[in-house]
Write a protein that binds this ligand. Structure first.
Ligand code: BJW
Length: 228
């Protein structure tokens, strides 16, 4: 069986990483669409850099939870027949042991050079304007995808959606495209579709089945079912 799993902020919530659109979300009081943009960065790069520097530093203090670990266990059995497509910029899937992970909205632990567009693994702060290791321009920004920018790995993702037998969406609001459209693409290609989320998402009706509850309970139970 070939499986594509899409994950969103909800899978990391129980690790202590804030979500975006929940009541206590990252941008409480702001519309995410207003602040997660290249225009917001151009207007006030220092504030945006500090915001991501704080999130990068906070990442060191959190750990993968039972949902991340269950997906790593699933990869142990399915090998190349499992692909995780994550909208998250944390590294909790990798730290749980998953290897086949595509970060479509970029990664906190990577910097993108505005001058030469090189992506460089990055663990430190960026607000003080360090030089790009490739071209020496002091023009490094967080390597994340904001609204209006093109997500990473779209060709590989659609290739995977085309051949998967099962598409599972975990902990995402279904509010942001193109990820919100993956369920319809997978269905059109013939996959069965399952949603695992704390509450029905904006896209729940597009799934064959939707289960509600915390990811740390639903995901291990689903993996146990699949492997039994
Ligand atoms: C739990 C839980 C627990 C909580 N257990 N569950 C009009 C119509 C259609 C599209 C557009 C439109 N106007 C503009 C667009 C396009 C636009 C878009 O979608 N806008 C919408 C506002 C409509 N999209 C873009 O611009 C994208 N680019 C694009 O489309 O390029 C064109 C193109 C595409 C493809 C090929 C070629 C060209 C880019 C989108 C970039 C999004 N970036 C961000 C920031 C990343 C950096 C950062 O992290 O700071 O990505 S915004 C933010 O939203 C972040 C997330 O990855 C993303 C999704 O959020 P997510 O994961 O769903 O989090 P939440 O908080 O919303 O939801 C959490 C869920 O978990 C909730 O449901 C909870 O209930 C649940 N939950 N605890 C289980 N314990």
């Amino acid at each position: 069986m070939n499986v594509v799993v899409l994950t969103g902020a909800g899978i990391s919530a129980e690790s202590g990483v804030p979500t975006f659109r929940d009541a206590d979300g990252l941008w409480e009081g702001h519309r995410v669409e207003d602040v997660a943009t290249p225009e917001a960065y151009d207007r006030d790069p220092a504030t945006v850099q500090r915001f991501y520097d704080e999130r990068r530093a906070a990442l060191a203090a959190v750990q993968p939870n039972a949902a991340h670990r269950a997906l790593a266990r699933l990869e142990h059995w399915l090998h190349d027949d499992l692909l995780i497509v994550t909208q998250n910029i944390d590294d909790l899937h990798e730290r749980a042991g998953s290897k086949r992970v595509l970060h479509m909205h970029g990664e906190l632990l990577s910097a993108l050079c505005g001058a030469c567009e090189t992506r460089t693994p990055w663990h430190d702060d960026l607000h003080h304007g360090p030089e790009c290791p490739q071209c020496a321009a002091a023009d490094l920004r967080p390597d994340v995808v904001w609204f209006g920018e093109v997500p990473y790995e779209m060709d590989r993702i659609f290739d995977a959606l085309e051949v998967c037998d099962l598409f599972v969406s975990i902990g995402t609001s279904g509010a942001v495209y193109p990820a919100a459209g993956f369920v319809r693409a997978a269905r059109a290609y013939g996959a069965r579709t399952l949603e695992l989320n704390l509450q029905p998402s904006e896209g729940s009706l597009f799934f064959h089945e939707s289960r509600q509850g915390p990811a740390s309970e639903l995901v291990p139970a689903w993996v146990d079912d699949l492997l039994s």
